[in-house]
Design a protein around this ligand. Sequence first.
Ligand SMILES: [Zn+2]
Length: 213
Amino acid sequence: MTLQLHETVFSGDTPGTSTNLYWYTAGPEDAQTKVHLQAALHADEQPGTMALHHLLPMLAEADMVGQLKARFVIFPSVNPLGLANRSLRHHIGRYDIETGVNYNRRWPDLYPLIADTIAGKLGSNPQANIATIRAAVGARIASQTPGSAAQQLRLFVLQSAHDADIVLDLHCDDDSLMHIFTSPELMPGLQDLADWMGAAATLTAEDSGGGSF
Ligand SMILES: [Zn+2]
C-alpha cells in the first residue's frame, strides 16, 4: 500500500455550501492495529497540523518499503468548519460560531449508549470483548442521522476513531511545555510515548470533564 489521500464532502447549513474534509490512510489495510491521528480539532491550534504535515512523508516512505505494522488514518486538519470561522479579521477556531459550542466539548459518552446492547455478551476473551464493544459502538454511530454540517463532521470522525487502538488528538496551548493527557488505564504504556516525545508531564484522569474528544 501507499499513502492515499481521501476527500469527504459534508453538505453545508445553507443552500449552495459544502465543506471538504481531507484525510489520509497508510499501512496495510488488514493490519491488526489501527492508529487514528488528528490535529486542529480546535482549528486555531495548528502546530499539530504542522507535525502531521511532516509525519506524512515519513509514513509514505515507510509504507513504500513495507515497514508499517499498523493501519494509519490521518486527519491533519480535522475541523475544516472551524478553519473557516473567520469574522472581522479574527479566526475563531475553538468554537462553532453558530451554537457557541466548543469543538472539543460535548462529544458523547458512548458507553451508556451501548450498555444495554452488550449486556451479558462479554466473556473472558478480551479480544472478543473488544470486537463486541466496537461493533455496538459502530452500529450506534451508524444509526444516527446528522443534521448540521458540524454533526456530520463529528459523526464521521467518531466513526473513524471508534475502532482505533491508538488515538492521538493533537492540540496546543498559548504557552506551555509539551504534555500528554490520557486515562489511567493506558498507563504506563503512554509514558513510553511521552518519553519518546520528550513530554514534560503526563496528566491522567478517567474523565477530564466536558466531554472532550
Ligand atoms: Zn485544543
